[in-house]
Design a protein around this ligand. Structure first.
Ligand SMILES: [Fe+2]
Length: 226
């Protein structure tokens, strides 16, 4: 049986790093230089382990085939989650100045929470997993798990790896940090509100959007009355 290695398929270059800062301009707002550097390295590392050229090439989906945006890119999701997560922090800091929260960990964690998606969404990985799940698992590693690996591999702190792991289903099995909790809610809220506002393909809404009744966009025909 052949073994598989999730290694780099191409070199990590400055040109690749530049696409990361172009697609996620909010990285410039991370105050800590090590976190700022680590966020760029994490995305460059993850992209180089896949066939995706840049973040905006990754399909705009929550999971493969689920919560699929009608338009836009994965960068729209990442940036939206970062904006929402920071607003949670600002809201509570304004009304409760005694709270303690690490804004830099929230921002870096939000921008990196889906850093495992290049691996889980990679077409050749998906094709291999589908061909024989008994050999590989399907997927071998979810994006949350691979994302935690990427964060640690590039030297980001455990606090960021924890957010990559705990923002998704895996977070249900562990205690999550306050910063992870904020990113997790920003992420889930972003997808559910996108669903309610009619931004998701109706046939892609899964259990995460079970309460959602999508409203048509102003550019779409109203749904027929039942
Ligand atoms: Fe996400």
């Amino acid at each position: 049986m052949p073994y598989h290695y999730a290694k780099h398929r191409r070199p990590i270059t400055d040109a690749l790093r530049q696409t990361v800062t172009e697609d996620l301009p909010e990285i410039a707002d991370i105050a800590d230089p090590d976190l700022r550097h680590g966020a760029v390295e994490a995305w460059a590392y993850a992209l180089a382990c896949s066939d995706f050229g840049r973040i905006t090439d990754i399909p705009p989906e929550g999971n493969p085939g689920l919560s699929v945006l009608k338009r836009g890119t994965q960068a729209d999701h990442l940036r939206g989650v970062a904006h929402l997560a920071l607003r949670f922090v600002e809201e509570f800091q304004q009304t409760n100045p005694e709270i303690v929260v690490d804004r830099d960990i929230v921002l870096t964690g939000a921008l990196c929470h889906d850093v495992g998606k290049p691996y889980e969404f990679d077409p050749s990985n998906m094709k291999r997993w589908k061909a024989d799940p008994s050999e590989t698992g399907h997927p071998t590693l979810r994006h949350s798990v691979f994302g935690a690996h990427v964060c640690l591999a590039v030297g980001l702190p455990e606090e960021i790896a924890h957010i990559a792991l705990g923002h998704s289903l895996e977070g249900q099995h562990i205690g999550v940090s306050t910063e992870c909790l904020i990113v997790r809610h920003a992420d889930h809220t972003w997808w559910q509100v996108a669903g309610g506002l009619g931004l998701l393909k109706p046939d892609s809404m899964g259990s995460a959007e079970r309460m959602v009744r999508a409203r048509p966009l102003s550019t779409e025909k109203p749904l027929a009355a039942e």
